[in-house]
Design a protein around this ligand. Structure first.
Ligand SMILES: [Fe+2]
Length: 307
């Protein structure tokens, strides 16, 4: 268990639009869903409706891409207010974003840009993490990014930076083992060293995903199955951390829901003794009360999902 007592939710799948109809209609036996915060913050339409229906049945975690925690622009409190309201409306178990910056001078480049890792950027980022966590009234969970370039001004490794950031700002960590593999290939470091250096009690979640290997570099495309080397890293992480909430990301060339879920469930082989039965939690967070178990979706719900 991590130091925040955030529960092991089991094995989840990223909530994606192409699966809305299937999820609402079939109510698959998934442990939990991760929703991309920005897709639901500025809409009261169908996406928000679907998320709230899903949240009635499954635990939800919010995952953002626009916080720009490492950026130099002022923190966007309008964004944070909307994020906090969304988290409350779906009872989000925690809120995560990436160790990166996403723009400057008010312009969002819609990409997760890498940071220099040094004492100055550490101080700057830790201060912002503390402000965000205080505002959200929950520890922010920070994910390690994939990167393709490094800064000559960096004086520490990414794993040391993350460990110090977590200690300084008291944040949680989302360990993306695919991102570790991608960056280790692109920057020629040993991914096992990275996994072994992460403070285990800070890790509240793990990401799995596929990527594209172009020989000279890897692009983090989230469009394929998880490769064996990444599964090995996941196993190594589980051995250190223990069973931890695990999420499969598939964001391009997305196959049918069952294919994504089956890939996610391969994680079972690396996890220790958890309760059998999908959704069965030992932490009292199972939302599947008898009143909703095995219920049939109402007609309006299915009709809406089919739009
Ligand atoms: Fe990730």
């Amino acid at each position: 268990m991590n130091r925040f007592n955030f529960p092991d939710l089991g094995i989840g799948v990223g909530l994606r639009t192409v699966h809305f109809k299937h999820i609402l209609g079939s109510q698959p036996d998934v442990d939990w869903f991760e929703a991309l915060s920005e897709n639901y913050m500025d809409t009261g339409g169908r996406p928000r409706y679907v998320l709230e229906k899903v949240a009635e049945r499954y635990p939800i975690v919010l995952h953002g891409v626009s916080l720009s925690i490492g950026g130099t622009d002022p923190l966007d409190f309008d964004y944070l207010r909307k994020l906090k309201a969304l988290a409350r409306s779906v009872n989000a178990r925690w809120i995560s974003d990436h160790l990166c910056w996403t723009g400057v001078s008010g312009r969002n480049v819609h990409d997760l840009l890498p940071m220099p890792y040094n004492a100055e950027s550490l101080r700057h980022t830790a201060e912002r993490v503390k402000i965000v966590s205080d505002f959200l009234e929950t520890p922010l969970v920070v994910e390690n990014p994939s990167s393709y370039v490094e800064f000559t001004t960096s004086t520490m490794t990414e794993w040391d930076f993350l460990a110090e950031l977590a200690a300084e700002s008291d944040c949680g960590l989302l360990l993306d083992v695919n991102n570790i593999y991608v960056s280790s290939f692109n920057h020629s470091f040993d991914p096992n060293v990275y996994v072994d250096a992460i403070p285990a009690d800070r890790v509240v979640q793990v990401h799995l995903a596929g990527h594209q290997n172009h020989g000279t570099h890897i692009i983090d495309t989230h469009n394929d199955f998880v490769i064996d080397e990444v599964w090995s890293l996941y196993g190594r992480a589980c051995a250190r951390i223990g069973d931890v909430s695990t999420l499969m990301e598939w964001d391009a060339d997305i196959p049918d829901f069952e294919t994504v879920h089956a890939e996610a469930r391969k994680a079972e082989a690396f996890r220790g003794s958890r309760e059998s039965g999908v959704g069965g939690r030992s932490d009292g967070l199972d939302q599947r009360e008898p009143t909703t178990d095995n219920r049939q979706p109402d007609e309006a719900e299915v009709a809406y999902a089919a739009v």
